[in-house]
Design a protein around this ligand. Structure first.
Ligand SMILES: CC(C)(COP(=O)(O)OP(=O)(O)OC[C@H]1O[C@@H](n2cnc3c(N)ncnc32)[C@H](O)[C@@H]1OP(=O)(O)O)[C@@H](O)C(=O)NCCC(=O)NCCS
Length: 187
């Protein structure tokens, strides 16, 4: 267990807990239809954004199974997205990661640079055995990111749920601790 995740400095980014002062930066991407398109939430209103920010400000540690840590992705003083790690199972040592980036900053590897740190956190600090990532099959950038990180596609669920009013398709990717150890990112 990790009571509080410490801020993480990468080559270009700072990953750290959300604070009150992040409301405008967060709204800048949370309000965009193209960001919400393949997420379960709708584009956020000002009020919904503030409510979600209050939730994220409390998601700072992985004290027990079921907890999620959410870290703001900061680039040169501006929050441009977030990345997260959920502790799915203590008994089975399983986790799930995720990532969201402002479209103005896509295509520069920032989401990969940030989310690989969630894999590191899960494998090297929490001691997880397997971390999964799930995405909509139509969300092209997301499977590309997971493949770039060396994750394996394990499943493609076809029309297994109704997503935003239409049949959805979900891809499941995973990485095992031993695969992480053999990856270029392992410490
Ligand atoms: C999914 C998402 C995070 C991917 O963002 P992204 O910027 O494409 O992802 P990466 O950080 O991995 O960047 C990779 C791209 O940057 C390019 N790049 C440039 N410099 C790079 C660098 N130093 N390192 C790695 N990639 C680099 C890569 O070539 C790649 O380009 P490509 O997409 O044309 O192949 C983004 O589309 C997003 O936030 N979408 C909205 C929210 C969402 O759907 N989240 C996922 C839910 S499952």
């Amino acid at each position: 267990m990790i009571d509080t995740v410490e801020p993480i400095k990468t080559e270009r980014l700072l990953l750290r807990p959300f604070t009150d002062g992040d409301e405008d930066d967060m709204f800048a991407f949370e309000s965009l239809p193209e960001v919400a398109r393949y997420l379960y939430n709708e584009p956020r209103t000002r009020e919904g954004n503030a409510t979600e920010l209050a939730v994220r400000m409390r998601q700072t540690g992985l004290g027990k199974e079921g907890d999620t840590v959410v870290l703001a992705i900061e680039l040169a003083g501006t929050v441009i997205g977030y990345t997260l790690l959920s502790w799915l199972s203590e008994q089975h040592e399983q986790g799930e990661f995720g990532y969201v980036l402002h479209p103005d900053h896509h295509g520069r590897g920032y989401a990969s640079e940030a989310s690989v740190e969630m894999l590191r956190l899960g494998f090297e600090q929490l001691g997880l055995h397997r971390i999964v990532g799930r995405c909509d099959a139509r969300n092209a950038g997301s499977p590309r990111l997971m493949e770039r990180l060396g994750m394996r596609q394990e499943a493609h669920f076809v029309e297994a749920e109704i997503f935003k009013g239409e049949w959805g398709e979900e891809l499941h990717y995973a990485m095992l601790a031993r695969e992480w150890q053999n990856s270029p990112w392992a410490s």
